[in-house]
Design a binder for this molecule. Structure first.
Ligand code: ZN
Length: 266
């Protein structure tokens, strides 16, 4: 069956959503793979997609890392030039990423929880950000959870050693079977517990624990605003659904919010 025809949110729908967001005290966002796809990063699952082509990582990926970290590191280094990493290396933030950074700079958006590992929210200038599945450019100490850039860590000894505490260093990207780093989880909990509105963009919000943060806000009487090309599992929970890609809808939403604020301030 053909996929439903993609509808794009009208200006009136975007304006109504802007009003709701401006009434909220603590809007946050939850973002996922759809935003990466709009920056040219293919999704992992589905026909012809990365994991289908290259094989899905084993569900016990983290356990295997812990059993033989040296081997896991050697495999990772050998894969750096794989097609898997190519789209990440060339990807740039799209207008959706920039719109969220602008909303934050305006003082409207308080926090972003992303499931994406692509670094694009940071590159767009997002400051208050939790990368719940890690960041592909960073490494993390499994003991003290300090993050490091590639330049800060020597790969002469594998597994690499944390310059701060001597602990074992792993890629920051959260492996299958690996617990979400505690500092990231706590940040997400802190901000979602304060939130009364979540903009869910480019994700069907079915992956836990990320989805849980949005649903928890909803259960407390908060508002969910969905920005997605198609209906998804979370649509039924959303108060407002704006159809369209993030790169299309989020800049329009940000513009509408900005215009309304200026009108009230003047
Ligand atoms: Zn450390």
């Amino acid at each position: 069956m053909a996929k439903e025809e993609a509808k794009i949110a009208t200006n009136e729908e975007v304006a109504a959503a802007a009003d709701v967001i401006l009434r909220a005290k603590y809007p946050i966002a939850l973002t996922g793979a759809g935003m990466s796809v709009e920056s040219g990063i293919p999704p992992f699952r589905g026909p012809g997609e990365l994991w289908t082509k290259y094989g899905e990582p084993p569900m016990n990926q983290f356990q295997r890392f812990m059993e033989n970290p040296r081997k896991a590191w050697e495999e990772r280094i050998n894969r750096q030039n794989d097609e898997l990493f190519k789209p990440l290396k060339v990807a740039e933030p799209n207008p959706g990423h920039h719109a969220f950074a602008e909303l934050e700079a305006m003082g409207v958006l308080k926090f972003v929880i992303t499931q994406n590992v692509d670094d694009l929210h940071r590159q767009a200038g997002q400051k208050a950000l939790a990368e719940i599945h890690g960041n592909w450019k960073l490494m993390r100490c499994l003991d003290c959870v300090a993050r490091f850039s590639a330049e800060e860590i020597s790969l002469k000894v594998l597994p690499p050693v944390c310059p701060k505490c001597g602990g074992m260093v792993k890629a920051d990207t959260v492996s299958f079977g690996e617990p979400i780093p505690t500092d990231v989880l706590m940040q997400c909990q802190t901000h979602s517990s304060r939130s009364d509105l979540v903009i869910v963009a480019g994700t069907s919000a079915t992956v836990y624990p990320a989805a849980g943060f949005a649903l928890e806000v909803k259960q407390r009487g908060g508002v969910l605003v969905e920005v997605n090309l198609y209906e998804s599992e979370i649509t039924g929970y959303c108060n407002i659904s704006l159809r369209g890609g993030s790169a299309n809808v989020l800049p329009r939403l940000t513009k509408a919010i900005s215009e309304r604020r200026r009108a009230t301030l003047s």
